[in-house]
Structures are given as C-alpha cells and as structure tokens.
Design a protein around this ligand. Structure first.
Ligand code: ARG
Length: 561
C-alpha cells in the first residue's frame, strides 16, 4: 500500500487551508531543528497576497492544530510554522511502511516512457572514466525510474560508424597477422593515417567501400564491432550494471536514415546550404552551425543524433529522452534539440534532457590519467578498486574464507567506485581518489554498507519481534529517524524527475548518520518493552531503506562486512 509522506499529505492540508494559494503552491515543508517539521512557504505566499504573514500562518496553524498527525502547530519568526507531530502518528508510519514490501513508496513514474541514452563507448577505443560515469549514472537512473513504475528504454548509442573505421579496416586488411588489441591497432592506424598520404588515400577509398556495402569491408567492420562489444560487456559485468548486448543501438544503425534526415531538414527550411555544407544555424549570431551534411557529402555526429531523436519519438514512443553525456557536449545537444523541435520531430509534449556530468579528475585536480599518461583504461581501474577493498575487508575479518572474502571485496570495491561517482553532484567535476572512496567513515559507499550490516547484526540478535506499539514514548533522535525514513519516496521521486542520483546518496548518508546518533543515545536490545520492540522496528525499517536505496544505486548491501 502506498504511504504518502507527512510532507506530501500535510502539503495538501495546508494548501486546502489557503483558498488564495495559486495552483501548484509549494508550502516548502522541511525537517526542523525547533520542532519536527517546518513550513516556510506561507511567508512568501502572504507577501504575494498582501496579507500579514504571521496572521496567515496563524490561520493555517488553526486548521492543522490537533488534527492527526499534527499535535502542535506554532507560528515562528516572521511567518514560519513549526509543526510537532503526534507520537502515535510517527510510530504508525513506521508500522505502515514496514508492512509494505515497497516501504510505502508509490509509482509516480507509472505511464511514463523514458528513452535513456547512456554509456555509449566507442568501438576500437578504450572505454574511459567519462564512459564509466555515464554508465554508472545511467544505471542508477534506470533502476530508480523502473522502481517508481516508469518504463525505460535503454539505448547504448555506441560509436561504431564513421570515417575513422575506414582507416582501421584498411590497416587490418594490410596486416592480417597482427595480433595486437584493437585499441592498439587503432592508434597505429591513426599514426599511419597522419604520416603516410598513400595509406590515408587507401583508407578514404575503404570508407567509400564500406558505406557502399562492400562485403569484405563490412565483414571486417562486423568483426571489429563484435570484439569491442565483448570488451564492453566484460566491463559491464565487472560493474554489475543492467546494460546488455540487446541495449546496443549504435550510430551505424542510423546510417540508412541520414540522407532522408538531411533532405527533410532542408525541405522544412530548418537547414540550408552554406559553403557547400548543409547547416542548421542557431538563434545566437556568431555561434558555429550544426553541420548535418559535410561539403564532401559525408554525415557526422549531428546528423546521427537528429535521426536518433526522430526514431526515439516515432518508433520508440518516448515521452522523455535523457542523454547522460559529458557536460562539454552541451552546445551540441542544445542545437540538436532545437533543430529537432523546429522540424517537429520533438513535439512540445516530449521532453529532451541533457543530463550533463562533470569531468573526472585525478587526485592532482587534473583530468584523470594513468601513470602511462593515457586516459585510464577501466578494467585495470576496477581491478585495483576491488583489490584495495579486499584488503580493507580482510583487515577487518582476518578469518574470512577466500570465496566470501572475494565476494565482499567485490561488493565493497565496486560499490565504492560507484558511490564516489554518484555522490558528487552530477554537473560538478569529480575527483577519482581510491584512498578517499574506500574510507570507512565519511560519505562513502563502504560507510553505508557498514551501517547496513551493523543493523542486520542487531536485528539478528533481536530475533523475531518488532511489532510497533504506537502509544509508547519517543526520544527526539527517534523522531528524527522516523521523519528521515518517511522522506524516502519523495527523494526517489525527485531523483527520477531531475535525473540526479546524488540526491539519493545525500539522503542515505543523512539517514545513516541519524541512525548512528539514534544508536548512540538509545539502547535497542536492552530497552524495556514496548520501547525495545519499537526500536527493533526502527532498525528494521532503516536497514530495509538503506538496502533498497543502495540497490537503486546499483550497490550491493551485504548482510555482513
Ligand atoms: N560516443 C560518444 C562519446 O564517446 C557519446 C555519445 C553520446 N550520445 C549521443 N546520442 N550523442 O563521446
């Protein structure tokens, strides 16, 4: 059963008590240091209604006072409202959430259909930390949207087409016995392309052959894509993300649509020829246009993205398209969305979002690189994280068997990498620092995994029980814990709406800290009944909220650590 939060149900009651409030009025209810909750929005409303704020707040207080769940409503300061909730209402909430397998969380995304474009590495190239970020953020969004009832169509828009593959195929054809990895051969071919004009010429002819459907070129291309996608799958397996081979919808798939895209844009007057190229000009004078078709007749990245928008709206029936892509591509997406809107391919009711993320920096504050100076290859990076985590777990549990140690090391190591990435506000640059992400205290994945495991061990000792007695006394820290637990569904809804998984991280971290404060001040197992059972229930709800929340971030919550 869906259990709306206090914030949501009170917002409705407050709005009902304010006949003058405009549609969509937000009373701004938040946790308070002076009471349980505080209402900040009446103040601003009074100003716009030209009413005395304290008087308006007093009227609202009169409506709320004494009616469950409010035990006390007081006007404070210039026109804020402080609300104290009744103990039975708080404890009743704990019981209701515990009784529901979904912890009372609703399905606000039901009926919605989001096409999510994420991960999107490039064939024959190393996946780098930027792709790691896109993969991890995208995976968390897939999980949260799905949990809230939304339909998500995963699109792994891999880079698998373009003139650069002509040069690689040509090189493969000329050196059939070269056994080195594709990524290495790509670099060799590129160097040759730069230095040897005859090879460059042969490469250009190869592109034409490939695009013309030459069977040998296509076969070589296919083998190359397969080798790369096997490597991508290996990274996805190590990461434990939901992406599969079936989610691959690479750039090459749009190739047959590109000529039509160009023609239609020109016919619709959205694009025009300039210096031989077909361009879409933006509104701002002086900015570079979007080049749909180059002067040599070739199509590039923008044309593919325009074809993809049309496909996603018409065929995949998206009502929202989200691109989890590096912030540096913001101008590209602005222009693609704008052109697609003007062409009518992106109707007003379909939302297009560039969920941009910041760069990954090394501990020195510069773009993250490995010692060799390359942008860090992911497999080595993940292996290193797992090795470090395994050492941390082994130090804590010297007697652990090898299998158990390996599994916990993996949970902690991969969890640490994911959490460090997700916890940073999406648009900010993020510091890749293996030491810090593995710390047992502070805002880390390990800290949350430990908080969860500690609760599980208390619950194991408590045995059965945890029936809630609603009219038992409550300490302040217990009230604070109940109110945090109550906000879980609202936080998830905000994460889904704004594509911001870091808000779930902040929430879980605050929850774990509130839990720690509770645990320090309130004995659980030694408390007299019925307080003991109530506290066991609080521990159980916190543990389930933590493990569900971590699960939605794609992070394991092992029973023991
Ligand atoms: N493959 C591109 C890169 O590595 C990202 C693709 C992003 N998605 C898109 N629809 N353009 O930078």
């Amino acid at each position: 059963m869906v259990v709306p939060s206090f914030a949501v149900s009170l917002a409705d009651r407050i709005t009902a008590a304010l006949p003058g409030a405009p549609a969509g009025f937000d009373p701004q209810i938040r946790l308070s240091e002076h009471a349980d909750l505080q209402v900040d929005g009446v103040l601003g409303l009074a100003r716009s209604l030209r009413r005395d704020p304290r008087q308006l707040a007093a009227e609202v207080a009169g409506h709320l006072h004494g009616g469950a769940p409010v035990a006390d409503a007081r006007v404070a300061g210039p026109g804020f409202l402080n609300l104290t909730l009744s103990g039975p209402a708080l404890l009743g909430r704990v019981a209701a959430r515990l009784a529901d397998p979904r912890l009372g969380v609703g399905l606000p995304e039901a009926g919605g259909r989001t096409v999510l474009d994420y991960s999107h590495p490039n064939v024959a190239k190393e996946m780098h930390v930027g792709h790691l970020r896109s993969t991890i953020i995208g995976d968390a969004l897939v999980r949260v949207l799905g949990h809230l009832g939304g339909t998500v169509v995963r699109q792994n828009h891999i880079g698998d087409w373009g003139t650069q593959y002509g040069m690689l195929i040509q090189h493969l054809a000329e050196h059939p016995s070269d056994q080195s990895a594709l990524t290495v051969r790509y670099k060799t071919a590129y160097a040759l392309f730069q230095s040897d004009p005859a090879f460059a010429d042969r490469s250009r002819r190869r592109v034409v052959a490939l695009q013309g459907g030459d069977p040998d070129s296509l076969a070589a291309w296919r083998a190359m894509v397969e080798e790369s996608t096997r490597y991508f799958s290996d990274v996805y397996d190590r990461l434990g993300v939901l992406l599969t081979g079936a989610d691959i919808a690479g750039e090459s798939g749009y190739n047959p649509m590109l000529a039509g895209v160009a023609e239609d844009l020109e016919r619709l007057g959205v694009a025009r020829i300039s210096d031989g190229a077909l361009c879409v000009f933006g509104d701002e004078p002086g900015t570079a246009p979007l080049i749909v078709r180059k002067s040599d007749g070739g199509f590039g990245y923008p044309a593919t993205d325009l074809a993809a928008v049309r496909h996603r709206v018409t065929t995949l029936r998206a009502d929202r398209i989200v691109y989890v892509v590096d912030a540096r591509q913001a101008p590209h997406f602005r222009m693609v969305f704008d052109a697609a809107r003007r062409a009518g391919w992106l109707p007003p009711e379909v939302e297009a979002v560039h969920a941009a993320f910041g760069m990954v920096l090394g501990a020195d504050g510069r773009p993250f690189k490995t010692r060799s100076g390359d942008t860090a290859p992911l497999v080595g990076l993940l292996a290193e994280a797992v090795a470090r985590a395994t050492a941390v777990v082994a130090a804590k549990n010297p007697a652990l068997g090898p299998d158990e140690l390996a599994s916990r090391g993996r949970d902690v190591g991969i969890g640490a990498v994911k959490y460090a990435d997700l916890a940073t506000s999406r648009t900010r640059d993020y510091l890749y620092d293996p030491d810090r992400m593995m710390a047992l205290t502070g805002n880390t994945g390990v800290y949350l995994q430990y908080a969860h495991a500690r609760l599980r061990s208390i619950l194991a000792k408590a045995g059965a029980g945890g029936t809630v007695t609603a009219d038992a006394p409550l300490e302040d820290v217990e009230r604070a814990l109940v109110l945090r637990l109550d906000a879980f569904g609202d936080v998830l809804a905000a994460v889904a709406r704004d594509c911001e998984p870091h808000r779930l991280c902040t929430y879980l971290y605050d929850l774990a800290q509130t839990m720690t404060a509770f645990y320090e001040r309130c004995p659980v197992l030694k408390a007299p009944q019925p307080v003991r059972d109530n506290r066991v229930a609080l521990c159980a709800l916190t543990a389930r909220t933590l493990s569900t929340g971590l699960g939605l971030l794609g992070i394991a919550a092992p029973e023991r650590l």
